[in-house]
Design a binder for this molecule. Structure first.
Ligand SMILES: C[S@@+](CC[C@H](N)C(=O)[O-])C[C@H]1O[C@@H](n2cnc3c(N)ncnc32)[C@H](O)[C@@H]1O
Length: 280
């Protein structure tokens, strides 16, 4: 009996410690997140189901897509992307309890096979396989992510609830009640001097492109004569522009960019010629 009390205290301390560990454990089944709770870089407030739907519609999410929600919260965006749009969806969430809670929500929604929410920091985890990235963060966090997003595969769609990307203008925008959301399509990097030639005739011109995000302009130089690009557009890896040839015929070029190469067609007087271009 001599040791009964100290042993009981020890046992109680052990039980207390276990209890405390259980309370803080990310396996806690009763975990209920609170709107406005602190997060690493931003608090948790969920996007409404209606706006999630509209954001994913704006990005034209389909069964071909891999969607990443950066700062996944309770998983609503990833779960909706899988359940309503058929996508494979991932979430990165810093709060470990929240990440488990989101994965539990995915199981309850019947999409655990298509949704994976992992604990991690969005500024350290990789998400370069994404074809669609969704965000509900803060303006300065969007700007911090911007260089990484711009390096993603051209054509990747970025959707942000509430906050824009500074001088990278949105390609589309929706308003929903008091909220708004923006869409960007990652543009190919096309700036530089290109040699553009007709594949069949080898006739060449010099194409000079200037670029600011998805906005492009520039000129064509043909036998020493410089003429501006007209109506130049870039969306993802698809480029289109017109120019007036030395023969005063308007030419329209549409092409697909792949690194330092372009391939496409030039429309001239109703006919189409295959063209290709190489960046110098
Ligand atoms: C405003 S909530 C958005 C939740 C969800 N994306 C939505 O739209 O409903 C932001 C989430 O990001 C998480 N978060 C904050 N900083 C983070 C970081 N550095 N890495 C990963 N998650 C983070 C927060 O815990 C919170 O759940």
């Amino acid at each position: 009996m001599k040791h009964a009390w100290p042993l009981t205290r020890r046992a109680a301390a052990a039980l207390l410690a276990m209890g405390l560990i259980a309370c803080a454990s990310p396996t806690d089944k009763d975990y209920q997140p609170q709107r406005g709770q602190t997060g690493k870089d931003v608090i948790w407030i969920p996007t409404s189901p209606e706006l999630v739907n509209r954001m994913l519609n704006m990005a034209k999410v389909s069964g071909q897509d891999i969607v990443y929600d950066l700062g996944a919260g309770d998983g609503i965006i990833a779960i909706t992307a899988a359940k309503q749009f058929g996508a494979r969806a991932y979430g990165i969430e810093y709060n470990p309890q929240m990440a488990l809670h989101a994965q539990k929500n995915a199981r309850a929604a019947g999409v655990a096979d298509k949704v994976s929410i992992r604990q991690g920091d969005i500024f350290e985890e990789k998400f370069d396989e994404a074809t669609v990235v969704t965000l509900y963060l803060l303006p300065h966090l969007n700007l911090k992510l911007r260089p990484t997003l711009l390096k993603m595969k051209p054509g990747t769609r970025i959707v942000s609830h509430a906050f824009d990307m500074g001088e990278w203008e949105a390609d589309d925008k929706i308003s929903h009640e008091y909220a708004q959301a923006f869409l960007w399509v990652v543009p190919s990097a096309v700036e530089g001097i290109w040699t553009l030639q007709e594949v069949d005739s080898n006739a060449q011109v010099q194409l000079n492109i200037e670029q600011s995000f998805q906005r492009i302009g520039g000129s064509i130089t043909e036998r020493g004569r410089k003429t501006p690009l007209l109506g130049a557009q870039l969306r993802g890896n698809k480029i289109a522009f017109q120019f007036m040839g030395a023969d005063q015929q308007l030419r329209s070029v549409t092409a697909q960019v792949n690194g330092n190469q372009m391939q496409g067609v030039m429309t001239l007087q109703g006919g189409q010629l295959p063209i290709e271009a190489t960046r110098r």
